[in-house]
Design a protein around this ligand. Structure first.
Ligand code: GLC
Ligand code: GLC
Length: 817
């Protein structure tokens, strides 16, 4: 069942009912100021750090779900309602929500009044603009009152929901003209405040929550709204809110627009005050001035749309499959950008207070983003590398605001360092910017202890070599990619965090996944050594990669598939010998992507086993059979009920590894089948089962052993976005950035006849038309670049900033050109 439709021309998803199977959200903001907004207007805003600079309050796990946002109540002669349906839930005569790229437009209509709320964060602007357009669709004069509403968060979102003995005393506001300023803690160490303004004189206001709502009322029945009378309350302590009251008289057919701005201001210490106790409002007023008129909003929204057009034009496919086109051209790169910005911090499943930026996560997110804004990828790589330790190990997470490693979580996740090589290599392949390798980068954020980025990569590489276990496979540490495979944890005390508790100082538990990752990314490190003229280092590294490959074949293969790990006791995990958890997806993906066992025929066996044992109609489960009970030696993975999360859920992040592995074997039909099983646009018709947004990936879909098979959770912030983008754009459609050019190597379903990819690469535009006259999956018969046949399959960097026509014919190569 569907709850909306894709409007590809406008790059929007249009939702037809407020009662979607779960709140379907969107993100506003591009660099510093961000907002989350659902299809009913729920959500919140923050500046840079969702924990430390939260502007508005949001209660997770609320009843009902998604209650709290930037709301506009309509009071219409005794009747009152909200255009997004929530929170008042009065029946609407019409409703529509359009989630676009960086903006959301919600329209509701009731009893002859239509209200549209258009929300976005303008480029380079530290605030949200909410343009509210009210139309009288009746044939009578309408006299309505519009009440805006936001509830402020006292900045630190964690304290805000715990430290009430303090919080209920600190709240402070100022009201001047049509602007409500939230200045809690500004009197002491904060130099920032928030404001909520409207571009028109107001007829009243409220800033004290209790006065606005009534102590025993919810957001569905605020007493100010139900009575139609603002109380002009001035908050002192308790919970500051901002509500404007505007009286509007509209003739039949008349329309009027109001610009609300929810903004953030930071003042210099010396410029904090206008007069004692009165905040310096000049920067806020300047921001408000920028959105004085309707044209200001129009222009700014057009700039935002142009910005997205530009970003998305870097990679565009035209194929026979409209779902594929919309995933590749719109929604997948959009999600990649959001994921890159947010890491795993703020979604409707991540509370914005728990997790900072992940070392491994951010490096993987880069893969889906680097072609869009490479400068930001560069900055991110250097930030991430700065949290690395001298040993080559790394903090697992860092805080975006301070860019410092997170001590509470610490390090010891032994796959982390290698992702820095993966991320850096992807950046250099996209840009050709080898100079990044010479940047001086701190260890542990200490500016007095730095080394080149290249040296950091080297430490990453050798961190693996210096931490090998009894079989010569990499030690797993606290966990590898699978955060929940905690082989040194041995926790039997409730509340001990699985990932940071290490009850055994283990140097036995080994990871076949890390071995695969090492062999996969090793060649990049080797190539970078060569490019730096370090031939001996390259040779030495090559020897380590060769050894790892051999060791993986010797100790990491279990007869039919790759093993997952060895536990603390040296027992196999992910083996036919196990009763449960006999086969895992991750090593099958990464070992085959690394080419391990391909020529021996073992890779094919492994992928066939994945199909037999792990595949379901909704995607590939993480392992099988699921763990039916808690295993002390395995940790969190066995804590989940069967079929959920790492315990045999469909963990979408690793499905594309299998797609990519299938393309290594040339099995394009399989690769694409797996792609379309989890790509959200293909799941739109089963939105009632899938439940999360049909335009973005979710981290997890309940697996075949789960009670609620096929139901997704944790949409938006997941490595799934980046990896699926890589799988489809590079491995399947086959346009791969490489050090010296664009490699073309598609692996597609045999019945595809043709497709075209337009790719902007290092300033040139390549229009690559691929045709498939022999109906095969992989193999190139010929390539012509601007009418001339080229040798091999790498399109050179031309560098004239022009557009170049490329004709690729798939087929069995007859003769070398
Ligand atoms: C989550 C984490 C990621 C991890 C994955 C598997 O998505 O963010 O770092 O690799 O779970 O456990
Ligand atoms: C939980 C999740 C896992 C995630 C981890 C991050 O263990 O199950 O997916 O990676 O938390 O800390």
């Amino acid at each position: 069942m569907k709850y909306g439709h894709f409007d590809d021309a406008r790059k929007e998803y249009v939702i037809h009912t407020p009662q979607t199977p779960y709140p379907w959200i969107n993100y506003l903001g591009n660099e510093k100021f961000f907002g989350l907004i659902s299809n009913t207007g729920g959500g919140y805003a923050f500046y840079r750090d969702a924990r430390l600079r939260r502007l508005t309050r949001y209660r997770y796990n609320n009843i009902p779900v998604d209650n709290g946002g930037r709301y506009f109540y309509v009071y219409d002669e005794g009747d009152y309602w909200t255009p997004g349906w929530m929170p008042v839930k009065k029946e609407l005569d019409a409703y529509e929500c359009r989630h676009g790229l960086g903006y959301t437009s919600i329209t509701g209509e009731r009893h002859g009044v239509k209200v549209n709320q258009l929300a976005f964060v303008p480029l380079g602007y530290n605030g949200e603009v909410h343009q509210v357009t009210v139309t009288n669709t009746s044939d009578q004069v309408k006299r309505i009152k519009l009440f805006s509403f936001v509830e402020f968060c006292l900045w630190n979102a964690y304290d805000d929901m715990t430290n009430f003995q303090r919080n209920l005393n600190t709240g402070e506001v100022e009201i001047q003209d049509s602007v409500i300023y939230h200045k809690t803690e500004y009197r002491e160490r904060r130099n920032h405040y928030a404001f909520f303004s409207v571009n028109r004189p107001i007829d009243g206001f409220d800033t004290d929550r209790e006065s606005f709502l009534g102590l025993y009322n919810g957001l569905d029945t605020p007493q100010v709204v139900t009575s139609g009378e603002p109380s002009n309350s001035v908050a002192s302590g308790w919970s500051p809110v901002a509500s404007h009251c505007l009286e509007l008289t509209l003739q039949p057919g008349e329309q009027t627009s109001l610009n609300f701005v929810l903004g953030y201001v930071e003042n210099e210490e010396a410029d904090k005050w206008e007069s004692p106790g009165i905040i310096n409002k000049a920067p806020a007023l300047a921001m408000i001035e920028q959105f004085a008129t309707e044209e200001d909003v129009e222009r700014s929204l057009a700039e935002l749309k142009a910005y997205w057009e530009r970003l998305l034009s870097t990679y565009a496919v035209a194929s026979h499959d409209e779902k594929l086109n919309r995933m590749v051209n719109i929604w997948n790169p959009y999600q990649c950008m959001v994921t890159f910005n947010m890491s795993r911090s703020a979604s409707y499943f991540e509370s914005g207070i728990g997790r900072g930026m992940g070392f491994r996560d951010s490096n993987q997110d880069l893969l889906g983003f680097v072609h869009q804004v490479p400068e930001r990828a560069r900055e991110r790589i250097l930030d991430i590398a700065s949290t690395q330790f001298e040993s080559g190990g790394a903090y697992h997470q860092y805080q975006p605001l301070t860019k410092k490693g997170n001590h509470e979580v610490g390090g010891g996740f032994n796959d982390d360092p290698l992702w820095l090589i993966v991320g850096t290599a992807a950046y250099i392949k996209e840009t050709g910017d080898f100079a990044i390798l010479d940047e001086q980068v701190p260890f542990d954020c200490n500016p007095d202890n730095t080394a080149t980025l290249f040296e950091h990569l080297k430490r990453s590489f050798y961190h693996v070599i210096e931490n090998l276990g009894p079989h010569g496979l990499p030690l797993i540490g606290r966990a590898d990619w699978n955060d929940c495979l905690n082989l040194n944890c041995f926790s039997n005390i409730p509340d001990e965090p699985y990932q940071t508790t290490q009850n055994i100082e283990g140097r036995t538990a080994e990871s076949v996944f890390i071995a695969g990752l090492f062999v996969y990314t090793g060649p990049d490190f080797i190539e970078l050594c060569r490019r730096k003229g370090l031939t001996e280092e390259a040779a030495e590294a090559q020897a380590h990669v060769d050894t790892m490959r051999a060791v993986t074949l010797e100790h990491g293969f279990d007869g039919e598939w790759f093993l997952r790990a060895y536990d603390h006791y040296g027992q196999k995990i992910g083996s036919q010998e196990n009763e449960e958890g006999q086969i895992f997806i991750e090593p099958q993906g990464f070992c085959v992507m690394a080419g391990i066992g391909v020529k021996e025929g073992l890779a094919e066996k492994a992928l066939n086993a994945v199909q037999d044992r792990l595949e379901t109609p909704y995607g590939i489960v993480l392992q099988n059979p699921p763990y039916s009970k808690y295993y002390l030696n395995l940790g969190e993975i066995s804590s989940y009920p069967p079929g959920y999360k790492e315990n045999a859920g469909i963990f979408c992040h690793n499905n594309p590894w299998i797609m990519m592995a299938e393309t290594v074997l040339g099995r394009g039909d399989r690769a694409f089948e797996l792609y379309s099983k989890i790509a959200p646009a293909y799941l739109e018709d089963i939105s009632d089962v899938h439940r999360t947004e049909p335009y973005v990936y979710a981290q997890m879909i309940a697996g075949k052993d789960a009670v609620r098979q096929g139901e997704a959770k944790n949409s938006w912030l997941t490595g799934t976005a980046a990896w699926n983008f890589v799988a489809i754009t590079q491995s399947i459609l086959g346009i791969q950035p490489d050090y010296d050019g664009l490699r073309v190597d598609p692996c597609i379903p045999a019945d595809w006849t043709d497709f075209t990819v337009t790719r902007v690469f290092r300033g040139d535009t390549y229009v690559i038309r691929v045709s498939n006259p022999q109906q095969i999956s992989k193999g190139i018969a010929s390539i012509q670049l601007d009418g001339t046949a080229i040798d091999g399959n790498v399109l050179p960097v031309i560098g004239d900033g022009g557009t170049h026509q490329v004709e690729v014919v798939l087929g069995v190569k007859v003769a070398l050109v």
